[in-house]
Ligand binder design. Structure first.
Ligand code: DLL
Length: 433
């Protein structure tokens, strides 16, 4: 039987959710206008005032916010509350450019943890569960967010944070952890290690996993589910909007319900900014309706995605987003063709390879090259050279048919490619270096 953390809103009639969004948007625009001079100026430049925003139908009038705005306004320029009322910051890893620092009031944290609690309950979590949180704790939102959600559900929370794989497995076994929260790449690594230790899925007490923070394919989900003997649920979020729990998967495991009482989602054409109809692929844009300290209106995530409001068998009425296919800034343009790492991953896993691979892009004599290094399983590694060559050719054919361009496949020995404890680094683009 499906269970909910806050059924009154998670399963509310769509009209009720939309009316709530209208009401909250009007309030939030006023809050931002009154308290965030940076955004007010953007509105003034566009000739918009809070009086023009009567509900979500007027959203399109509001200016977008981008990552560049966040950089310019760093660190305090987008705050909606005085520092005195804030109790926490979280921050992105800042691998490209300046870090994003997001601020929270106690109220913001409370609502964020509710969102994470909804995700845990949707994955079958109850106060009988032992929830091991193996996302990083600290500035990264993964650990603190799921930790708070787990408390709210009443699970016994095991805050292992990421890394120290042996200890993770010891706790899973000794404390009989039933729910695992971490990145999908770390879940795959934990699964691989347990398999090597001779543990079969029925000897692993886990029953569910809540995996997100990076793009992962449907094939990778199957792989993790089989190795760990669990149901693997996707969870999405970003620091700018609070962290994990902006959207989460239910028992249908076919896309993530967006917490629409807290966020409005739009899909736009990344080139023109035009709002696209439901069901069309484009860039995901979010407006936070309830955030006090860091209220972002029409924030461009750069994630490429599709929204659908088909009836869901779980009973939730929140709109669903498909798995993001990667970020528009993750998208590689190789010989003029758009390539997402997730497409490559899908081909590899469907052909029976583990999700341990690295994509190397370079430019040789003015032409782009695409090399995919893929780890073999120990069984494949034991094959003779002729067999390995055949496998290589088969993968190259599979990639050509998926991507429309050729790629060179290099099969490497098991354990050659570095494992990740957090977000995996899949692409090395030497053209930019
Ligand atoms: O990754 C928050 C999070 C933590 C989400 C734990 C889920 C679980 P950031 O570090 O700010 O926040 O990175 C946000 O990660 O814009 C997406 O590109 C990507 N991302 C997050 N979740 C997913 C997902 C956290 N389920 C960026 N699928 C986002 C694909 C995801 N990409």
């Amino acid at each position: 039987m499906e269970r909910y953390y806050q059924p009154e809103i998670e399963c509310a009639p769509v009209e009720q959710i939309k009316a709530l969004q209208d009401e909250r948007l009007v309030k939030q625009v006023k809050h931002v206008w009154d308290n965030v001079p940076y955004y007010r100026k953007k509105m003034e430049e566009k000739g918009v005032t809070p009086d023009d925003i009567k509900g979500t139908k007027d959203m399109y009038k509001l200016p977008f916010l981008t990552k560049d705005d966040l950089r310019i306004a760093y660190p305090y320029g987008l705050m909606g509350k005085p520092l005195k009322e804030c109790v926490r910051i979280q921050s992105t890893s800042g691998t490209t450019g300046k870090r994003v620092v997001a601020f929270y009031t106690q109220h913001d944290i409370d609502l964020w943890e509710d969102c994470c609690a909804r995700a845990i309950v949707a994955a079958g979590g109850t106060d009988e569960d032992v929830c091991q949180v193996s996302y990083g704790y600290g500035l990264f939102t993964g650990g603190p967010g799921l930790n708070g959600g787990s408390h709210k559900v009443g699970c016994l929370t095991v805050p292992t944070s990421s890394g120290n794989t042996e200890r993770q497995i010891m706790f899973i076994q000794d404390l009989k952890s039933t729910i695992l929260c971490c990145t999908p790449s770390y879940a795959a690594y934990l699964g691989e290690t347990m398999k090597e230790m001779g543990l079969t899925p029925d000897q692993i007490p886990l029953k569910a996993g809540i995996f997100g923070a990076e793009a992962w394919s449907e094939e990778m989900r199957q792989d993790i589910q089989n190795t760990l003997g669990i149901k693997a649920y996707d969870i999405y979020g970003l620091t700018e909007l609070s962290g994990p729990g902006v959207s989460f998967e239910c028992s249908e495991q076919s896309g993530m319900h967006i917490n629409e009482d807290h966020f409005i989602a739009e899909i736009i054409d990344p080139n023109t900014g035009e709002v696209l109809p439901e069901g069309t692929k484009g860039e995901l844009v979010f407006t936070s309706l309830t955030k006090e300290a860091f209220p972002l209106l029409r924030y461009r995530t750069r994630d490429i995605c599709v929204l659908t409001r088909k009836k869901c068998s779980c009973g939730r009425t929140f709109i669903k987003m498909a798995k993001p296919m990667g970020r528009s800034d993750d998208m590689l343009i190789i010989r003029g063709v758009n390539v997402f790492p997730s497409q490559i991953e899908a081909v590899l896993i469907a052909a029976g390879y583990p999700a341990n691979y690295q994509i190397v892009v370079d430019r040789v004599k003015n032409s782009d090259t695409l090399d995919v290094q893929v780890e073999m399983t120990p069984e494949m590694f034991a094959d003779n050279v002729g067999e390995v060559k055949k496998r290589q050719a088969a993968l190259e054919a599979g990639l050509r048919s998926m991507l429309g361009i050729s790629a060179k496949v290099v099969l490497v020995a098991p354990k050659t490619i570095a494992r990740s404890e957090g977000k995996a680094v899949r692409v090395i683009d030497k053209r930019k270096i």
